[in-house]
Unconditional design. Structure first.
Length: 520
């Protein structure tokens, strides 16, 4: 696998050029660059980031003509992989996406003083999050990406927050909801299984291939978790949500993270309670403290053809993830710093949400590299549990289906062609999207492209890979009437449909060519 390396000698620890004391319009800029930056969708993050970029530009005498766009950390990696060429120059993403982005050529290796500064200035969890094959590929932004309990003290008293069942009953009695996302999120669903002592750990090769998973959700422990989650999902108080706004809509309890703090505080004021997750009790009276994932938000810099721009971007990333910028982010949206000096700040230490993160930490599982298909598999498990009749037989069947789906990921033919795209969540191990070989070197597949998709594009890849995508989209006149030709030939090898519908695609690897017919 070819990895782009970037030596940024100027990325010394704590690099920050002194301010000139001049007004912005009087500064003589030595360099000027047009850049695009993707930031969190959290209110105010775009404004804060713009100010931080302007502040650094004045200090470094670099003019950044910045376009800031909102993009959730959970979706940023998928959007970058969709089109690296037109993706952001700097972007924020969740830690489990590091390997995926490296393989897609969306991150450069950071070496020299830059890598040294990252290792020295950030906590061990966040350093591990930006490390792949002992190399550094991104900049830590936070070390707080987990979840815990918010609650309304007028409904739930402090003395019952350790018991899941008592919290749920209080919500039911008050005709309030308990927001705990499960139906649509494997990230939150895992809490129940980690609480029962289950694990799900993936083995990854140096080339980034997933070769095995040590997962015991399909076990007696997993059945305990499934029963508990099923019982919760049948309660009238159950609401599958992690939206902080739920407190303004009748919720009395919410499982979410630091990003929800300001919204919850605004809704509840002095009645806001914050705590580690509670414990649930199984049929034998054994208590299981709900687990969680823990992780970090990271900042990535896209590889650049202009080496000077690459250095300017990485200098900026150093500043945006440094102590000062992390504390500004904490003040604005209560994000917990990864910078070790920022973590010592008195306000950071006193913040209730970060206190809850620390309290939950002993029960949390570090979010390492996880196969991209797992999230869909886990979400399907949640739905199967909720929609079952709750019997041991039905729950065991749901767990077995989950386990079978995981194991199928390792039996995919790496030489096959898979049509991955917006229609399947960019799941590059989706066995349902494998094209059928109809003759030597010729493959066919039919795909449903939803009209509701914002981006109706995708491309052919080998299962589990991103760097082996089909080398171009060559179409005939008939096919061109169905796709956005400019977007489909922009260099990212995507096929972008003009409208939703049912399409048959024929891939001829010998020409090469792709012929597209609209069936309905």
């Amino acid at each position: 696998m070819k990895i782009k390396r970037l030596l940024v000698g100027a990325l010394a620890a704590g690099l920050m050029l002194s301010a000139c004391g001049q007004k912005g319009e009087d500064i003589h800029y030595d360099e000027e660059y047009d850049i695009t930056v993707w930031v969190s969708e959290v209110d105010g993050m775009d404004t804060l980031t713009k100010k931080q970029i302007e502040d650094y530009g004045k200090q470094a005498k670099i003019k950044y003509n910045v376009t800031i766009e909102k993009q959730s950390e959970s979706n940023a990696a998928t959007k970058m992989i969709t089109d690296v060429t037109n993706g952001a120059d700097i972007y924020c993403f969740a830690q489990d996406q590091t390997m995926r982005l490296v393989k897609a050529g969306a991150l450069s290796e950071i070496v020299g003083n830059g890598a040294k500064a990252i290792r020295e200035q950030n906590d061990s969890d966040s350093v591990a999050a930006v490390t792949f094959n002992n190399s550094i590929y991104a900049y830590p932004m936070t070390s707080d990406n987990g979840y815990f309990l918010y609650y309304d003290k007028t409904v739930i008293s402090d003395d019952i927050v350790g018991s899941f069942e008592r919290i749920l009953k209080a919500c039911e009695d008050a005709d309030k909801t308990f927001s705990f996302e499960g139906d649509t999120s494997g990230w939150y669903l895992a809490s129940w299984f980690f609480g029962a002592g289950c694990k799900s750990e993936w083995t990854v090769t140096d080339d980034g291939d997933f070769t095995a998973v040590d997962d015991d959700f399909n076990s007696a422990k997993g059945l305990i978790a499934a029963k508990a989650y099923y019982a919760f999902s049948q309660s009238k108080a159950y609401l599958s949500s992690s939206d902080a706004g739920d407190f303004s809509k009748g919720s009395a309890a919410l499982v979410s993270g630091t990003w929800a703090y300001n919204t919850v505080k605004g809704a509840l004021g002095n009645n806001m309670g914050v705590a580690e997750l509670p414990s649930y009790t199984d049929a034998l009276g054994v208590k299981h403290h709900l687990g969680s994932f823990k992780g970090c938000k990271l900042m990535g810099v896209k590889p650049q053809s202009d080496p000077k721009k690459a250095v300017a971007l990485n200098k900026l990333a150093v500043y945006l993830t440094g102590e000062k910028a992390q504390l500004e982010r904490f003040e604005a949206v209560a994000w917990g710093p990864s910078n070790k000096e920022a973590q010592k700040n008195e306000k950071v230490l006193a913040n209730p949400a970060l206190t809850a993160v620390r309290a939950q930490s002993p029960y949390a599982v570090s979010q390492g590299q996880i196969h991209g298909s797992w999230w869909g598999i886990a979400t399907t498990l949640a739905t199967a549990i909720k929609n079952s009749d709750g019997s041991d037989l039905a729950l065991a069947a749901a767990l077995k289906t989950y386990d079978d789906s995981e194991q199928q990921l390792f039996s995919l033919d790496k030489n096959a062609w898979l049509l991955v795209g917006a229609w399947n969540g960019w799941d590059n191990a989706d066995s349902t999207m494998i094209a059928k070989e109809v003759s030597t070197g010729v493959f066919e597949i039919t795909v449903e492209v939803g009209e509701d998709l914002d981006y109706k594009g995708g491309r052919f890849v080998h299962p589990g890979e991103w760097g082996t995508d089909f080398g171009g989209t060559i179409v005939d006149t008939e096919s061109q009437a169905l796709i956005d030709v400019a977007s489909s030939t922009s260099g990212d090898h995507n096929i972008v449909f003009l409208a939703g519908g049912t399409y048959k695609l024929t891939l001829d690897t010998s020409v090469p060519s792709i012929h597209i017919v609209k069936l309905a």
